[in-house]
Design a protein around this ligand. Structure first.
Ligand SMILES: Cc1ncc(COP(=O)(O)O)c(C=O)c1O
Length: 399
């Protein structure tokens, strides 16, 4: 095996534009639930590419799909059809309430497409209405328009002037949403679980109410399922657990299982792009579509999602035991997008100590830990991770 060392990180990190604080680790390989660093230390990975690696690291079926497709056709250009693109679009539509797909390379780009489609629809059908209601603490991406749509407070002063036309209202507040609707409003866009905000689920009544408001005011309902889609919350799409008929859904992350592909999926009644309105060089390339198709096929297998729900229940049970023992707070989320309030402990401190102990976690807030393991998680890894986490909490208590 090629040798690596942490000095590579030290020596070469300055060649990268610093965009985030990274530990001085360099991951060399991944296998299922585990990542291995430059010294071949193993880490149980509950970040999984940021809720991306649906089937864990480097699963055989993704490797095979990559090899098969790359030896056949990598990119004929987006100006031509290709078979994996057609197959994946069919699979997404046949397994959802939607009819048409536009493929992109990232979740932000899918949301950018949704914003553009809603505005075009408003031009054609609602006298130029263009405003989109989004929610405080939401996250929709890092392009200029999606940062403008995002309700994360830290984004507010950045890169001014932003794209105008986004009205932010408190999440789970139907009255505030209704009050924000005016003649220029064209759509409401939300995450059904606010992931980056710390795993905050939308209330059932709130979503049903939004759906009714959209019908009453002729608005488009857009669900950003970049983080919640493809089985993450225990159903193929999170909207299926709500009483709602969204017009547009965006997907990313788990759709590719680790490779860059995302999508905007729409009800055909709102389809209104003319040729040239939307596109992109890599959109719908057969290599990514073939891999995504293989991942989706696995997620659609009969026992896949029931097992996600079984292991989620077990995970929550083990987390509540931990909460009881160490005085942690509430558990939030659905399926395998879960979070726990860390009570008296600092979330980022736990993350740091857990990493040293061989467990990769994320703290989306000072007071929370988020868990986004591969959907192939079993009770065995849950026990292993909970034992590591308990060890970290014991150390913190002892201090
Ligand atoms: C809900 C949601 N929307 C959009 C995005 C942006 O996706 P990407 O990073 O692929 O652009 C994310 C990423 O975390 C997300 O969680």
């Amino acid at each position: 095996m090629e040798s690596h060392s942490v000095t590579d990180v030290v020596a070469k990190q300055n060649y990268l534009i610093p965009i985030t604080k990274r530990p001085e680790l360099c991951f060399i390989r991944g296998e299922g639930h585990y990542l291995f660093d430059q010294n071949d230390n193993a880490y149980l990975d509950w970040i999984q590419g940021w809720a991306v690696n649906t089937l864990g690291h480097s699963p055989k079926l993704m490797q095979q799909a990559l090899i098969r497709q790359s030896s056949q056709l990598i990119n004929p250009s987006p100006a031509f059809y290709n078979q994996p693109m057609l197959n994946l679009a069919e699979m997404l539509c046949e397994n959802s309430r939607f009819d048409q797909v536009f493929f992109t390379n990232s979740g932000a780009e899918a949301n950018e497409g949704a914003i553009k489609l809603a505005r075009k629809w408003g031009q054609k059908n609602k006298s130029g209405a263009f405003k989109i209601i989004t929610f405080q603490q939401s996250f929709h991406g890092r392009t200029l328009a999606t940062m403008s749509a995002t309700g994360k407070e830290a984004f507010a002063p950045l890169f001014e002037p932003k794209v105008s036309g986004f009205t932010k209202v408190p999440y789970n507040d139907l009255a505030a949403t209704e009050a924000a609707i005016d003649d220029q409003t064209v759509a409401v866009m939300l995450e059904l679980i606010q992931g980056e905000a710390g795993v905050i689920p939308a209330d059932a009544e709130f979503v049903a109410g939004l759906d009714a408001l959209c019908k009453q005011h002729n608005l488009l309902l857009v669900v950003d399922e970049v983080q919640t889609g493809i089985g993450r919350t225990g159903s193929l799409f999170a909207y299926q657990q709500y009483q709602a008929e969204p017009h547009i859904m965006t997907l990313g992350k788990g759709l590719g299982g680790g490779v860059p592909i995302a999508a905007m999926v729409i009800d055909k009644t709102v389809s209104c792009f003319d040729p040239g309105d939307q596109g992109g060089t890599y959109n719908g390339n057969p290599l990514m579509c073939a891999v995504s198709g293989a991942v989706l096929k696995e997620v659609l297998a009969a026992d896949f999602l029931p097992q996600v729900n079984r292991v989620s229940e077990y995970f929550c049970q083990r987390l509540s035991e931990l909460a009881e023992e160490f005085g942690l707070g509430a558990i939030r989320g659905k399926g395998l997008l879960l979070a726990i309030n860390t009570g008296p402990f600092s979330g980022p401190k736990i993350v740091e100590l857990a990493r040293d102990a061989g467990l990769l976690l994320n703290a989306p807030r000072e007071d929370s830990l988020r868990f986004m393991p591969a959907l192939t998680l079993t009770e065995k890894e849950v026990d292993e991770g909970i034992a590591l986490l308990a060890g970290v909490l014991r150390t913190l208590v002892a201090k």
